[in-house]
Write a protein that binds this ligand. Structure first.
Ligand SMILES: [Zn+2]
Length: 255
């Protein structure tokens, strides 16, 4: 059941909004990715928990995730407590990810802020042998944790990933949340994420980071083609620590 990457969201759809393109890019590359939702999104204005569960499963399928589970912590009441950390730890130990992708601090929703510290600290304590020694899962601490913003980047990110080829599937994964997102057929209260502005903002945000990607890539055949077609999208990651590399970024394919 172990995976390469565990993508964690506070609510179902956080992973899709923040890094849907990156998750699909990883699975395109043959990586095993699991998605872990901390809550079931039961405070959402639209739809029911049952609908969201079904939608989340469909979205995970679009992104190629091997598995999607929920910690079932309370939506709207995430906090970095020992109790909530202990609820997350068995999932981290079970999946044994090499990389965790978790919400960044400084985002709009208080649950995203709480999830940032909660996942960071749960990962630390999951590695302690004396914590819950009777557990069926061995201690495990993911060596790397990167953070993504669900709605907005609070600062300059550490990494930008080219998700141009995956962007349409990110949109398709989001459209799987039929009760939450723009769907004129759905009779429910109007919310920001159900508006056309949400979709435009999501595209503009990815396109903005795409422009920053061009300056990082420099001009080479691959990106020049994409710029000429007017399609270049990026998603961002943050890191609490300097990112250690063996090969300088830019030199991976040479030498
Ligand atoms: Zn959220």
């Amino acid at each position: 059941l172990s995976v390469d990457v565990l993508a964690v969201g506070a609510h179902p759809d956080d992973v899709e909004v923040g890094i849907g393109g990156l998750v699909r890019k990883l699975t395109d590359d043959g990586r095993r990715v699991a998605i872990l939702d901390l809550t079931r999104g039961e405070m959402g204005s639209r739809g029911s928990v049952r609908e969201r569960k079904e939608e989340a499963r469909n979205a995970a399928g679009v992104l190629g995730a091997v598995c999607r589970e929920s910690v079932r912590l309370p939506d709207g009441a995430l906090c970095n407590s020992a109790e909530q950390q202990r609820a997350i730890i068995p999932f981290l130990r079970k999946f044994q990810p090499d990389v965790i992708l978790a919400p960044m601090r400084g985002d709009l929703h208080p649950d995203h802020e709480a999830a940032h510290y909660l996942v960071r600290d749960a990962n630390h304590f999951a590695g302690l042998a004396k914590l819950d020694p009777e557990s069926e899962w061995e201690p495990w601490r993911a060596p790397r944790v990167y953070y993504y913003s669900v709605y907005r980047e609070p600062a300059l990110p550490a990494l930008i990933v080219d998700v141009t080829r995956q962007f349409d599937l990110k949109v398709e994964a989001l459209r799987a949340y039929r009760s939450q997102f723009h769907n004129p057929d759905y009779e429910g209260p109007e919310t920001y994420i159900a508006s056309e502005q949400f979709w435009e903002a999501m595209r503009a945000r990815a396109a903005y980071w795409g422009t920053r990607l061009v300056s990082i890539h420099g001009v080479n055949q691959h990106t020049a083609d994409q710029v000429n077609k007017g399609v270049l999208y990026g998603e961002c990651l943050f890191s609490d620590v300097p990112i250690a590399v063996d090969v300088l970024p830019g030199l991976e394919k040479t030498g």
